[in-house]
Design a protein around this ligand. Structure first.
Ligand code: GLN
Ligand code: ZN
Length: 771
């Protein structure tokens, strides 16, 4: 019976990896220094896992940038355009590696980076492997071998981790038409066999092969690829001891496939796969093959303490069938997705001790595994009893804490009625009422919310936070910024104005800080991509809005102009998606609690005379469950949460929403059911093509397809935007078309912002005579 870890956060509890990489990119750290520093970090993490008492410690879970990129290098899948960087010389691997991740731009070389996308339903982004029809593979980078050897020098025989060949292919994409990347498997497998053979020869016992794609809906052909790959590897490298790791969901339809793959151990996520994990215990093939089952019982996706009694019940259930020799325990997935160390959180104001007491970060989760092993398999002892009692007490405290449970919030949840989700009139009626009330011109112009966050603005917020600026000083500073933003918008000639969001550093944290039920960490960083980290706030309890959050700024802005000022809020699903969420009630309930708080803000804004209110939901799509079968339910409650937050207003009040991604096809029905009077979306980079779906679906409400890309400082011309608008008019009735940029402008400078918006307003005006 082993405890093992699937992966440890790479970034470091003090974000050492971030600092080292960024210094190296900036030229202030040499290559040798980078390698030395990151080696120390890796070693520290091994040491820490050894001290925690983990039986099998992973290696090659570390990465300088991304493990999928590492895999591409391991098998030599380096796209042609980077080959010039090698320049016929050896030792250029690191330069090529970072060029693939980030692109290079210097005299003599201008090569774009590879694409990046979300790792399953996490907030981690990986580099998407690129494949060509004539793709070949070879052993290229030996990081996996070096890491194993390095740990061996410390006296630790690690469990090397590699991303499996089938998932590697499935997670990539074809760079040209005319082939299916899964057909490259035959060419890829020999490289894997070679690596497994060498690791085994150098003394590796267990090797972990990650095949997370086994939790997705697979086609027959993809399933066949799994059978073929593992049968072949087994035959080629009979001596390698393989643990096949799956995570992020249950195996579902792929259970018998996974159970029959000829490996030595299978890891399953029993947190996400809680519903049906135990079916593996009745799978005859799995049972008769004598394989080990690794139970992922400690949640690798959130920051709450494990409930030992609960985990012990699962372990006992598996032990009854398999016996202890065929049973391991582990985190549900790599700990990459949680922060490093709760011990660093000592600020009681942002994280009350009572809440902290219910939490566990990566380091604490290792201890939980060791505790579970002692409790499940150790001799009964006084210390075991104490461990269990302490855990049970912590669980009970969470169940009864008055910080967490607010009876009146629960009462209000109970009292929600059907009518609370419905606007008074249907869209067609609201549209004419709003037209009469707002008196906007055809093709109204607006922006998405934020304006340039100048150094002055950042300074203002920072000094206020530090306490070196008084509340009055801060407020008058903000008012000055708002007045300036309003003045500029009027000069540009925009129709619906915004206050500019100068008071916000982040669209979720800003609201979290004003809601009860939220806590914040100082060092709770989680890697998002490369050296970038996020620090999600923590929803620990019932959510409530003690007082208005944005009304003051919106009404001040409105007092300065006759044009409508758009109130600006973040939607309940986005707030949920970008936080760590309590695990003691369904996500839907937490979303509804947030929705009620936003609803109060919406009605307060309306009362204060704000006639247009935007509720951003850029994260609805990323919350989609991995499996098709689970999506309808998620979309039902997430759209309901949006409706609950918006439906409290009069017909006159115009509700906007904003989303910034380029794929709507599969969720258009849900988007339509949100029933926002206006939706603004990112479209300029796709040349309005994504409106095809909207017109085919006959999307009924008003739309503002972004007419320029805010990610670039480039100022688009009036002509360009007129052309895009003509394209949009092929899809959208003129009465429904808005004119706006793709997203918020906070990363831009005023200079280019003003120039671009002036051209945008010019473009809208040129179109107006059309109707
Ligand atoms: N209102 C936000 C802004 O303008 C929207 C940000 C987003 O869509 N991610 O910054
Ligand atoms: Zn956006």
């Amino acid at each position: 019976m082993f405890t093992h870890n699937l992966g440890y956060p790479r970034i470091g509890s003090r974000r050492e990896l971030k600092k080292a990489c960024e210094s190296f990119w900036a030229g202030t750290l040499t290559k040798d220094e980078l390698l030395w520093e990151t080696r120390q970090l890796r070693r520290r993490h091994w040491q820490l896992q050894r001290e925690a008492g983990i039986d099998l410690i992973p290696s090659n879970d570390f990465s300088l940038y991304d493990h999928v990129l590492d895999t591409a290098l391991m098998v030599g899948a380096v796209p042609e355009r980077y080959h010039v960087l090698a320049d016929g010389k050896a030792g250029r691997e690191l330069e090529i590696y970072f060029a693939m991740a980030r692109g290079v731009q210097r005299p003599g070389a201008d090569i774009p980076a590879m694409e990046m996308t979300k790792w399953f339903d996490t907030n981690y982004h990986y580099i998407v492997p690129e494949f060509r029809k004539d793709q070949t593979f070879r052993r290229y980078s030996d990081t996996v071998i070096h890491a194993f050897e390095d740990a061996l020098q410390m006296g630790i025989t690690t469990k090397p981790v590699v991303l499996g060949p089938v998932s590697f292919l499935l997670l990539g994409k074809e760079r040209e038409a005319g082939f299916d990347r899964i057909d490259l498997l035959d060419r890829l497998l020999p490289v894997y066999a070679d690596i497994l053979r060498e690791l085994t020869a150098r003394g590796a016992g267990w090797i972990q092969i990650d095949e997370p794609c086994l939790v997705l809906d697979l086609t027959g052909k993809q399933q066949e690829a799994y059978r073929k790959a593992y049968a072949w590897l087994r035959k080629e490298v009979p001596g390698a001891q393989l643990i096949l790791a799956t995570y992020f969901d249950s195996l579902g339809e792929n259970r018998s496939l996974a159970a029959a793959l000829p490996v030595d151990a299978l890891h399953i996520d029993v947190v996400r796969g809680r519903k049906d994990w135990a079916e593996i215990l009745t799978d005859d093939t799995f049972l008769s093959a004598g394989r080990i089952l690794s139970l992922g019982v400690v949640n690798g996706r959130n920051i709450w303490k494990n409930q030992y009694a609960d985990s012990l019940a699962l372990i006992a259930q598996a032990e009854a069938v398999l016996g202890r020799d065929r049973l391991w325990i582990a985190p549900s997935c790599s700990l990459l997705h949680v922060p490093c160390d709760l011990d660093l959180e000592t600020d009681e104001i942002s994280l009350p001790a009572e809440i902290r007491d219910g939490m566990a970060f990566a380091k604490q989760k290792l201890t939980e595994l060791v505790h579970l092993k002692i409790l499940a398999f150790g001799e009964p002892s006084a210390s075991g009893k104490a461990i269990l009692a302490e855990n049970e007490a912590a669980v009970r405290r969470r169940q009864t804490s008055s910080l967490i449970h607010r009876p009146h919030v629960k009462e209000r949840m109970e009292a929600i009625q059907e009518a609370d989700f419905e606007r008074i009139s249907v869209f067609a009626e609201r549209q004419s009422i709003q037209q009469a009330w707002l008196q906007l011109p055809a093709f109204p112009t607006t922006t998405i919310g934020s304006f340039p966050q100048t150094p002055d603005i950042r300074q203002l917020r920072a000094s206020f936070r530090k306490g070196t600026l008084s509340a009055e000083g801060y407020e008058s500073g903000l008012e000055k910024e708002i007045a300036e933003a309003i003045r500029r918008q009027e000069a540009i000639g925009l129709d619906v104005l915004v206050h500019g969001e100068a008071e916000r550093n982040d669209m979720v944290e800003y609201f979290g800080e004003q809601l009860s039920g939220y806590a914040f960490t100082r060092n709770g960083w989680v890697q998002s991509y490369g050296s970038r980290c996020v620090k999600p706030p923590v929803i620990y309890g019932d959510i409530e809005r003690p007082e208005p959050m944005t009304v003051r700024w919106a009404t001040y802005a409105q007092s300065l102009t006759d044009k409508p000022v758009k109130g600006m809020l973040t939607g309940p699903v986005t707030i949920l998606q970008w936080s760590f969420v309590r695990d003691d009630q369904p996500r839907r309930d937490t979303a509804f609690q947030i929705a009620l708080a936003i609803r109060d803000e919406v009605t307060d804004l309306e009362k204060a005379g704000i006639r247009v209110i935007q509720i951003d939901e850029p994260a609805i799509r990323e919350g989609l469950p991995l499996r098709q079968a689970d999506r309808a339910e998620y979309l039902r409650w997430s759209v309901d949460a949006f409706r609950l937050s918006t439906a409290g207003v009069a017909d006159e009040t115009q509700i906007h929403t904003h989303m910034c991604y380029s794929e709507f096809n599969d969720i258009l029905e849900a988007i339509a059911r949100m029933d926002a009077d206006v939706i603004t979306i990112e479209t300029s980079r796709s040349q309005m093509e994504l409106l095809d779906a909207f017109s085919e679906f006959a999307y009924p409400n008003e739309i503002g397809p972004g007419v320029y890309d805010i990610h670039s400082p480039r100022v688009p011309s009036e002509d360009e935007m007129v052309q895009l608008l003509h394209k949009a008019l092929n899809h959208i009735p003129a009465r429904n078309l808005w004119v706006n940029p793709d997203c918020g402008l906070k990363t831009r400078r005023w200079e280019e912002t003003e120039a671009a918006l002036r051209n945008m307003v010019g473009a809208a005006r040129r179109l107006r005579p059309v109707i």
